[in-house]
Write a protein that binds this ligand. Structure first.
Ligand SMILES: Cc1cc2nc3c(=O)[nH]c(=O)nc-3n(C[C@H](O)[C@H](O)[C@H](O)COP(=O)(O)OP(=O)(O)OC[C@H]3O[C@@H](n4cnc5c(N)ncnc54)[C@H](O)[C@@H]3O)c2cc1C
Length: 595
């Protein structure tokens, strides 16, 4: 039977000992989020995820969603779980109190998201998409639309979607064809077909609020001519309650590799009534607000799935008896040793552990700075924090989902053939993790965003928000002999990153394809260096506790994992730097006809 226990000990370590979680309550608007409240939320979140959502993960995957007469039935147990989820106030956790939300910090919401993704990613897509819709409406809709829709999205009686993709356009949204024709009453009639719409139709809520990208008549070509509309499944009556059915319907469900309990829908808009959100032709701006929030959340999906896969792999490696330790039998009274003794199995487990704990620290770093960007009283601090979040958003999305996929794959490998069959649940984690590298902008597009937009932004101002603290840390700690095993490798990787940054900036000026060819490796070089910085800091925080003050060995294991990261994972930056320096010639000169 698959297992999942929320990693609260490590979460609290990162939150309080690394990211100044106690400082959250000093920010205006977050005063109530002291340690007592935060810990109570995390404990309750863990209980919900472990006992309500996780038990439905495997059955949800096996049953999948069913399309029947234009409606979608979620798997058995999902409707009841959603009712508990909603009644528990979880849909409102990170929402504005002005609309009934609890106003929780992004840090707390991120930890909850991680637990939800570990326990049941498919389930998490429904409230996840709703929150994205909430973010776009909250940021850009008129007061009237906000008053009508936000309280329902916040209390979870209604859910939301984001409708961007069409059959002929995914990455290149400038190709969108869905049209919106103005009506005399100020509303619009929307015509078109959207595909791959997560939570487009389901039986969890009484209404579904679609946020739809479409073109107004005579709109400029490309992304400069796209507007955003709110299109409810059921039109709200004057008193706010659901009224007439709108002309938007699910045409079919996709059958897919993973997240099979998440409804992925083809949606037809046949003159559906909608209302403009924000200004005409400025829809991409609002959609980006939604996508940025979603991109951090999708990164956390990779982290959550890596965590649950790792937990199961460790339990199996302790239990499964095969072969003898190369150093002599470790369990001579048993027919064989547990596979945990084998160097290759330990390599896989420690790689998974280092990925998961490092990625948790990176996700929380981004979330903690996001809280500063939203709540800090000093506008200059808010700006600096926002710069940092802009910079690391593509890194969090792509690195955490790439490493999450690698981790779930290792989780299968530790189980051998038993990982490949369904019984133990490990293969589901691989299938579920795969989509996170694709949606919300493929990881290749995240890398282009980092190199093409974030790197040169404001003459390198965003980059400095990362480079300066890391350089300052290396300078301050490099003479400390206790930290040499951590700061030395960090400095080496950071040097590679600086050199790669300068090279890409220089080459990209004359040949933009050079920057494109280096982008994915650059994102990983950046991400692994960021993890090295966090691992060095985690080792620094942990070292004083090793020994008597560490009865369960938590800090000892943290330092040992930091050493493993520096010695066995960080050297990947050497290969990445070499790939970047080699340039894109071999790719771009290859003849098209020869592929
Ligand atoms: C399960 C699932 C759920 C989804 N949920 C939603 C949803 O709720 N709402 C929604 O609107 N969409 C959703 N999507 C769609 C998803 O966001 C798109 O699939 C994704 O953005 C990629 O678009 P595409 O599939 O058309 O691939 P394409 O854009 O055709 O890309 C194909 C390949 O080409 C690469 N590529 C494309 N353009 C460039 C470029 N300029 N430079 C470099 N490489 C490039 C891509 O990285 C990719 O590797 C979902 C998809 C799936 C499978």
């Amino acid at each position: 039977m698959p297992i999942y226990k929320a990693p609260l000990r490590d979460m609290r370590f990162v939150l309080y000992e690394l990211m100044d979680g106690d400082g959250l309550a000093a920010l205006p608007g977050l005063e109530t989020f002291d340690r007592t409240l935060t810990d109570a939320i995390l404990d309750e979140a863990a209980r919900l995820c472990e006992t309500v959502l996780f038990p439905l993960n495997r059955s949800g995957d096996e049953e999948g969603c069913r399309f029947e007469n234009g409606t979608v039935a979620t798997p058995a147990g999902f409707a009841e779980a959603y009712r508990l989820f909603r009644n528990g106030g979880w849909t409102s956790l990170a929402c504005d109190p002005a609309y009934g939300g609890q106003g929780a910090p992004a840090t707390v919401a991120t930890l909850f998201q991680e637990m939800m993704c570990s326990a049941n990613l498919s389930f998490g897509t429904y409230p996840g998409l709703s929150h994205g819709a909430y973010v776009a409406l909250h940021g850009y809709a008129s007061d009237d639309i906000k008053a009508r829709y936000l309280p329902k999205l916040v209390d979870g009686t209604w859910s939301g979607t984001m409708c961007l993709t069409e059959p002929h356009c995914g990455t290149d949204l400038g190709l969108i064809r869905t049209s919106a024709e103005p009506r005399e009453d100020g509303s619009y009639a929307l015509f078109g077909t959207k595909i791959f719409i997560s939570a487009g139709e389901h039986d969890l809520t009484e209404n579904i609020v679609h946020l739809v990208l479409a073109r107004l008549p005579g709109a400029p070509k490309g992304t400069a001519g796209i507007s955003l509309f709110v299109v409810p499944k059921v039109l709200p009556a004057e008193d706010g309650r659901p009224g007439l059915r709108n002309a938007v319907a699910c045409g079919s469900l996709e059958h897919k590799m993973g997240i099979r309990a998440s409804a992925t829908c083809l949606m037809n808009f046949d003159g559906a009534t909608g209302w403009l959100v924000g200004e005409p032709h400025k829809g991409m701006r609002a959609m980006f607000a939604m996508m940025n929030a979603e991109r951090l959340a999708v990164g956390v999906q990779g982290l959550g799935l890596g965590e649950v896969s790792y937990q199961n792999a460790v339990a199996y490696a302790r239990d499964r008896l095969q072969g003898r330790s190369l150093a002599g039998a470790k369990a001579p009274d048993r027919p064989a040793d547990p596979i945990l003794v084998h160097p290759d199995v330990r390599r896989m487990l420690l790689t998974a552990r280092a990925h998961v704990e490092g990625c948790r620290a990176l996700a929380l770093w981004a979330a903690r700075v996001l809280d500063d960007a939203r709540h800090h009283p000093d506008p200059a601090e808010r700006q600096a924090a926002d710069d940092f979040v802009q910079l690391v958003t593509p890194v969090v999305k792509a690195l955490l989902t790439d490493l999450g996929f690698e981790t779930t794959n290792l989780g299968v490998q530790v189980f051998g053939g038993h990982g490949y069959i369904r019984e133990h649940g490990q293969e589901q984690h691989v299938r579920d993790a795969r989509i996170a590298q694709i949606y919300e902008g493929t990881n290749g597009i995240q890398a282009l965003d980092l190199v093409g937009r974030k790197m040169p932004a404001h003459a390198g101002r965003y980059l400095r928000r990362f480079f300066h603290p890391v350089a300052g840390y290396i300078e301050a700690k490099s003479a400390d002999p206790e930290l040499a095993a951590f700061v030395g490798p960090l400095a080496k990787a950071f040097g590679r990153l600086q050199q790669a940054t300068a090279t890409i900036a220089r080459r990209g000026l004359s040949r933009p394809e050079e920057a494109g060819a280096a982008a994915s490796e650059y994102l990983h070089l950046f991400g692994l260096t960021a993890l090295a910085y966090l691992w060095a800091r985690m080792a620094e925080v942990s070292l004083p506790h090793v020994g008597e003050a560490d009865p369960d060995g938590f800090y000892r294991a943290k330092v040992a994992t930091a050493r493993f990261y520096m010695e066995r994972i960080l050297p990947r930056t050497g290969a990445l730097a070499a790939q970047i320096m080699a340039g894109g010639r071999t790719m771009m000169d290859f003849e098209d006809a020869a592929f």
